[in-house]
Design a protein around this ligand. Structure first.
Ligand code: SF4
Ligand code: SF4
Length: 289
């Protein structure tokens, strides 16, 4: 099975987080049109495949405020060859359109940005997703000023929802600070420090690839070397096991695919939308039915 991380040219967002790590910009009408055309081309390619695949959209900006990303999730979720289709989102969007998606296949990776949206509004959206039966995880960036909001969110989210914490880029954590975040997300330790990956096995470039709007295929979002193109099929002959060429990997959407970490087992069935197979965030007695 092939796993595809798709990132088209879209780079605009309806939020303005001061810590935004992405190349955010205002998209012109022309750029939006190009993004739409690229996404529709990608969806048409998927619909034409025989091989099973899982897809994660990782836009630079916010995709779900654009009708074509909502349509892509609904349409792809209904294709028999698509095992999972997920997107990273700030969850500012309406949720009712997800009723048209196959809820066994669609999933959302939702990030809560405390300075950009009221707590209650975000919680209401998650309740809507739960009522629709949509799989989703929720997360926050582990900045000190987010700690109270993250604790509040954890306390108010249902036990069934996993709340992940991403280490903030360029931020180092004392053991005490890491313990605070680990109390919210027991898997925070995997995010706390970058993973040394040079020369080590990683599934990207073999069973996982990154695709851009032009269909250019790379092993992951972080290694610029081209493997070929999706639309002429040239990437296929390049797929093979290959060690990581970078010193470190510090983003979940990358290191989840490394073989040195046990994350494929821990997130079995939910690797792309970041949902652990077991409710590791609950105390042990609460996990026993
Ligand atoms: S929601 Fe995401 S893309 Fe948008 S400004 Fe915040 S961090 Fe950047
Ligand atoms: S370990 Fe990270 S940076 Fe290295 S190839 Fe895998 S995903 Fe890419």
């Amino acid at each position: 099975m092939l796993t595809i991380l798709y990132r088209g040219p879209l780079a605009s967002c309806d939020y303005d987080c001061p810590y935004c790590p992405f190349a955010k910009r205002r998209d012109s009408t022309e750029q939006l049109r190009a993004d739409r055309a690229a996404l529709e081309r990608f969806c048409a390619w998927v619909a034409d495949q025989d091989e099973e695949m899982s897809i994660l959209f990782t836009p630079w900006g916010e995709g779900l405020v654009r009708s074509w990303y909502r349509r892509a999730l609904v349409d792809l979720s209904r294709l028999p060859i698509v095992r999972r289709v997920a997107i990273q989102t700030n969850l500012s969007t309406r949720t009712g359109w997800l009723a048209d998606a196959d809820r066994d296949t669609v999933a959302l990776w939702c990030t809560y940005h405390p300075g950009e949206t009221p707590h209650t509004r975000f919680l209401t959206k998650t309740a809507e997703l739960a009522a629709l039966g949509v799989r989703f995880s929720v997360g926050v960036v582990g900045l000190p000023e987010h700690l109270d909001a993250a604790r509040g969110l954890r306390a108010e989210l249902p036990d069934s929802v996993y709340l992940w914490v991403n280490a903030a880029e360029g931020h180092t954590y004392t053991d005490a600070a890491a313990a605070d975040w680990t109390a919210i997300d027991p898997l925070f330790g995997y995010s706390r420090d970058p993973h040394r990956t040079r020369g080590r096995a990683c599934r990207t470039g073999e069973s996982v690839v990154s695709v851009d709007g032009a269909g250019d295929v790379r092993r992951c979002h972080f290694v610029p070397e081209l493997l070929g193109n999706l639309y002429d099929g040239s990437f296929r002959k390049a797929l093979r096991p290959r060690p990581c060429p970078l010193d470190v990997c510090d983003c979940h959407i990358g290191y989840v695919h490394t073989e040195q970490l046990p994350l494929y087992d821990m997130f079995a069935g939910g690797v792309l939308e970041r949902i652990p197979a077991e409710p590791v965030w609950l105390p042990l007695p609460a996990r026993v039915p």
